[in-house]
Design a protein around this ligand. Structure first.
Ligand code: PTJ
Length: 250
């Protein structure tokens, strides 16, 4: 990876970009993933590249929902795999979730490369690869319709980081609870999800793992209360207001 001076004023942003470029070169990320990252960066810039109060609230609700879930699944695409492989594995272990590769731009070789990469980072099992367990969700109108019988097809809660719009709505129609991580609070995914974490996945994942550890011994009643007190629409409105105020102050 190209050396980035720690003194560069935008060192962290350059480091994240370099991760994606490496991911692209090694066959994890599609070219469209680089464009998607650029869109995310623009929103992150408006957020001040910080985790907002609203994002923290959504992260807490995410932790509670995952701990209460019976069959939670973390869906992984190219960008997510390139940016936070270790954290995906740690979160899955902390909440006993399955990890499934699910791609918008479907490709067997990329699925295999992503599964291999996640295993290199400690994942014991990665679903979405073995044709034997493959099934379809017809309501989804992209390559993402191909899912694993043991994973997304059977899940009650699905985490969908850096997502395109169509799938969240379809998963909701199938009665699943959906948690999105998306820097764009106006996206269809952000609006359709039960919980939307509007934050850079790079910051959100370590924080989510910390929250999960913090609340993992809480009673089910307390976890249900955290979810009951969380209102995604109000939280998204709060995020938009935060962005608006920040733009005004700039
Ligand atoms: O690997 P694949 O084939 O599954 O494809 C992955 C991409 C990301 C290309 C695909 O899902 C896609 O086209 O997504 P979209 O529709 O561009 O949406 C991606 C969303 O993620 C956008 O709303 C971005 O703002 C957001 N985003 C980008 N980078 C980050 C992010 N959100 C959180 N953290 C980021 N680092």
């Amino acid at each position: 990876m190209e050396k980035i001076s720690p003194h560069h004023p935008r060192a962290e942003s350059l480091r994240i970009r370099a991760c994606l470029v490496e991911g692209f070169k090694s066959g994890l990320v599609v070219p469209e993933g680089l464009a998607a990252h650029g869109r995310g960066e623009a929103f992150d810039y408006i957020l001040g590249e910080r985790t907002t109060k609203q994002a923290e609230r959504a992260i807490e609700a995410t932790g509670a929902m995952l701990l209460l879930a019976e069959r939670p699944v973390i869906s992984v695409n190219g960008n997510t795999a390139a940016l936070v492989p270790t954290e995906i594995v740690q979160l899955a272990e902390a909440v006993n979730a399955k990890i499934e590769v699910n791609l918008f731009h479907g490709s067997t070789s990329r699925e295999v490369a992503i599964a291999r990469w996640l295993k290199k980072h400690g994942a014991k099992e990665v679903l979405g690869i073995d044709r034997k367990f493959s099934t379809r969700i017809n309501e989804i109108h992209s390559d993402r319709r191909k899912v694993d019988r043991r994973g997304i097809a059977a899940a009650d809660v699905v985490v969908v980081p850096l997502e395109d719009g169509d799938r969240t709505e379809a998963l909701k129609r199938l009665g699943k609870r959906v948690i999105a991580i998306d820097l764009n609070p106006m996206s269809r995914t952000a609006r359709a999800a039960d919980v939307t974490v509007v934050d850079n996945i790079i910051r959100a994942m370590p924080l989510l793992i910390r929250y999960v550890k913090h609340i993992s011994r809480d009673s089910k009643t307390k976890l249900h209360r955290i979810i009951g007190n969380f209102d995604n629409r109000a939280n998204l409105r709060g995020t938009l207001k935060f962005m608006f105020e920040r733009l005004k102050s700039i």
